[in-house]
Design a protein around this ligand. Structure first.
Ligand code: HEC
Length: 119
């Protein structure tokens, strides 16, 4: 019994120490994009053949595309989905606000377009 208590306390102390360190870390935008977006939007921001076959309106993410959109407008698409969630579903249940921010930041870093044309 004594042993179990000591172990439990030890675990609690460990959790208490690691939790702040984890939450201080920024979510990994690249990993989130790979996990949630790549299947349709492609690793390089160009829609996959499969996605193009299914959704003809899907556009490539490049500097011109991203430059014409603000962070807020990109995040709004993630929150609500595209075409009322019929084509691209909303991600508000899957991604936290921080995670959406990290994905948008990753897209800008990877595909270009600062959003300066539409701040
Ligand atoms: C099931 C396929 C699918 C997945 C997964 C998906 N999308 Fe989409 N997305 C689409 C389609 C289709 C459109 C285009 C809808 C339209 O314009 O009618 C779109 C549109 C968008 C747009 C807006 C384009 C515009 O015209 O303004 C953004 C931004 C976007 N997606 C980002 C993402 C990100 C980031 C993820 C991952 C978190 C993601 N999408 C995951 C299919 C998908």
């Amino acid at each position: 019994m004594q042993n179990v208590m000591t172990r439990l306390l030890g675990t609690a102390a460990m959790l208490a120490c690691t939790a702040p360190a984890l939450s201080a870390q920024e979510p990994d935008g690249a990993a989130l994009y790979r996990e949630h977006c790549k299947e349709c939007h492609g690793a390089a921001g160009r829609p996959t053949k499969q996605a193009l076959g299914k959704y003809k309106d899907i556009k490539a993410f490049d500097a011109a595309f991203l430059g014409a959109r603000s962070d807020d407008s990109l995040i709004a698409v993630l929150k609500h989905g595209a075409k009322d969630g019929k084509e691209m579903k909303a991600f508000k249940e899957k991604l936290s606000a921080d995670e959406m921010g990290a994905v948008v930041k990753y897209m800008r870093t990877k595909f270009g377009g600062s959003g300066a044309n539409n701040p």
